[in-house]
Design a protein around this ligand. Structure first.
Ligand code: 13P
Ligand code: SF4
Length: 400
């Protein structure tokens, strides 16, 4: 059964229970720790008024970035909204803001800290807003993987490309090995550039793509013309990545075994079902979806691309969108003249993006007004320097 969002969509239940992540341990993980401050109650009837007062008091000292997957109550206070690429650029373009309040997840706030000056403070309203995909690649695992590639004699013809959705330590590893960061909106350009550094797409050089195997595979196969046989998956939990030396030597794309827990839920069956239920529907999905889903869809692109496509769509046209639900619901609400469906009939929020709510935003803004900085994200200096090399490489890619 399909879900038409801009007609009779109802809230699934009051507020979905969120996972208790981290909780005072695993400080270096994307899961972070729980917040220890006195949060205002979500039921406080003055919450919006308190947010407005605090926001006004901070004025130009603060700049609020909101990722497209954030809740409506948070997006209402964002100075700019965007995908992870646009928000990285926006953070870098605000040297006058003393505080960058990042309503997104931990790796995005880390990137903002790297791209801003030492005088600026980047704040993540809830430290438990991590990313399960970023957590699938730890720096020690990546270094062990590189040792495997070295032993196989292919490290010197392999360039690392890391998705924005990774820890600062892995971005730093990428910078140290002359690679680049990419996002879902520039993965093709980034991969073409990377292959150019190791002999070109038609040569024999390789890319180690971390941590999202799906974005890597989709870009390599659909945009660059590689075959499934050119791609291998390196599983960090298996000796040697679970690959033979011959498999590694024959591969062109070495994909890290990581995925997004939200986009990984969409299936080819969802596409078949919605096409049967709504003839003529356009299926538009994010490239973090599995390859069979992307192959079955009509269009694929980042969150910013999805918004642009709907803005340009004909009135009366039908769309099934496969990405996080907060964004799809906002797109549906913005286009009442189009039929916007959610690709999966079961609800699929990103639980960690959803951790940033109005109580957390009010709490950190009121703290700043009172002269206390809470939840500042500070990246280790050496990592920041090398991660910046990989981020600057991304920002310098042609055509962006
Ligand atoms: P983009 O913002 O690059 O579209 O990525 C989506 C996402 O999953 C962010 O975590
Ligand atoms: Fe991570 Fe997926 Fe959530 Fe994005 S949507 S923050 S990739 S878990």
């Amino acid at each position: 059964m399909s879900t038409l969002l801009n007609s009779s969509f109802t809230e699934p239940s009051a507020s979905p229970a969120l996972l208790l992540l981290g909780q005072n341990k695993d400080l270096s993980s994307e899961r972070g720790v729980e917040c220890t401050g006195d949060l205002p109650a979500a039921s406080d009837p003055d919450l919006v008024a308190r947010a407005r007062v605090a926001r006004a008091a901070l004025g130009d000292r603060a700049f609020i970035l909101g990722h497209h997957y954030q809740r409506d109550e948070v997006i209402d206070f964002a100075d700019v909204t965007g995908d992870s690429f646009k928000l990285a650029r926006e953070a870098a373009a605000r040297p006058e803001a003393e505080f960058i309040i990042f309503c997104g997840v931990h790796f995005m706030a880390e990137s903002a800290d790297i791209l801003t000056s030492d005088a600026q403070q980047v704040i993540l309203p809830d430290l438990a807003a991590g990313c399960s995909m970023a957590d699938m690649a730890a720096i020690n695992q990546v270094e062990e993987c590189w040792d495997v590639l070295t032993d196989a004699g292919i490290a010197d013809v392999t360039l690392p490309v890391t998705y924005m959705n990774s820890t600062a330590a892995i971005k730093a590893f990428t910078g140290r090995h002359a690679g680049t960061v990419c996002t879902s909106s520039n993965a093709e350009v980034a991969l073409r550039w990377a292959f150019d550094q190791v002999g070109g797409v038609d040569g024999t050089g390789k890319v180690l793509f971390m941590p999202d195997q799906h974005l890597g595979r989709n870009t390599a196969m659909i945009k660059l013309g590689f075959t499934a046989a050119d791609c291998v998956v390196f599983d960090p939990r298996k000796p040697g990545g679970g690959l033979t030396t011959e498999e590694l030597r024959n591969a062109r794309m070495i994909l890290w075994r990581g995925h997004c827990s939200v986009h990984g839920r969409f299936s080819e069956r969802n596409v078949t079902d919605i096409r049967a239920a709504v003839p003529g529907i356009n299926v538009l999905v994010h490239p973090e979806c599995k390859n069979e889903v992307v192959e079955a869809a009509d269009f694929v692109g980042s969150t910013e691309y999805i918004i642009t496509m709907l803005n340009a769509a004909e009135p009366g046209s039908s769309w099934a969108i496969g990405t996080e639900l907060n964004l799809v619901r906002r797109v549906a609400a913005a286009h009442p003249d189009k039929n916007v469906h959610y690709l999966d009939s079961t609800v699929c929020f990103c639980s960690t993006m959803n951790r940033i709510d109005l109580p957390h935003l009010v709490w950190i803004m009121e703290s700043l007004v009172a002269g206390r900085t809470t939840n500042q994200i500070v990246v280790d200096r050496d990592d920041a320097q090398w991660a910046r090399v990989a981020l600057d490489q991304m920002l310098a890619l042609p055509g962006l």
